[in-house]
Design a binder for this molecule. Structure first.
Ligand SMILES: [Zn+2]
Length: 224
């Protein structure tokens, strides 16, 4: 069916929200899929929980924040998504989340965006900020007035974890290049990125094997 311009405009763009503990996690875990979605005309909003200013303790907080958001904007430009920053301190997510009005802010944001899908970190990720982000997302989900689909992605957990949840494979053969390009914008994160970069390439190939017709894939689990 071919839609007229007016009809197409009237149809609301489908929205996807991605929770990301630090500014580069969403690219590592779901960059190719995000690029697929935006190519299909979907709107993707990334909620970055922390600027991650601890990586450069010798620099002023405001300088690191500026650097981080500039890098993230560059990555978002490539993937055609949008990132919103929240300044929970690294290693202090649960405390900062409880002490601020973030919960209401996030609920208002999700209710206004009405995403059909929400992506977040895996609960099996060894990084405490990643696990905290997972817990916060699930807590928010329980408080929503509607039921979006919730998927988890991997950053630091190497291979397929034991899970009872159905897997979703996303063919990123045409967007892997964009994903790697987006990752390269995080110039200040070189050390943090070396290990996940290797992992993500291994995972992309392995998951591609499992998905018929795909050279590279990203794998998610649907938990809600
Ligand atoms: Zn992270």
């Amino acid at each position: 069916m071919i839609l007229g311009k007016k009809t197409a405009k009237k149809m609301k763009k489908e929205t996807v929200v991605v929770f990301s503990a630090h500014s580069d996690d969403f690219v590592i875990g779901a960059g190719g899929t995000i690029a697929n979605y935006t190519k299909e005309g979907k709107k993707v909003i990334v909620i970055v929980m922390s600027y991650g200013e601890k990586s450069h303790i010798w620099l002023k907080k405001s300088i690191v924040q500026k650097m981080r958001s500039a890098e993230t904007m560059e990555a978002c430009k490539l993937l055609k998504c949008k990132a919103l920053f929240f300044d929970l301190r690294e290693g202090n997510f649960p405390e900062d989340y409880a002490a601020t009005k973030r919960e209401q802010q996030f609920l208002d944001l999700i209710h206004s965006l009405k995403p059909v899908k929400i992506f977040t970190h895996s609960s099996e990720d060894p990084h405490p900020d990643h696990r905290a982000t997972h817990a916060i997302t699930l807590d928010l989900y329980e408080k929503l007035s509607y039921r979006p689909e919730v998927y988890i992605y991997s950053v630091w957990n190497p291979f397929s974890f034991k899970t009872i949840y159905p897997a979703l494979y996303s063919n990123i053969s045409t967007t892997l290049r964009l994903k790697l390009q987006a990752l390269r914008t995080f110039r200040s994160q070189k050390i943090h990125l070396a290990y996940p970069l290797l992992l993500l390439l291994l995972r992309a190939v392995r998951d591609g094997f499992k998905m018929r017709g795909a050279r590279f894939a990203e794998k998610f689990f649907r938990i809600k």
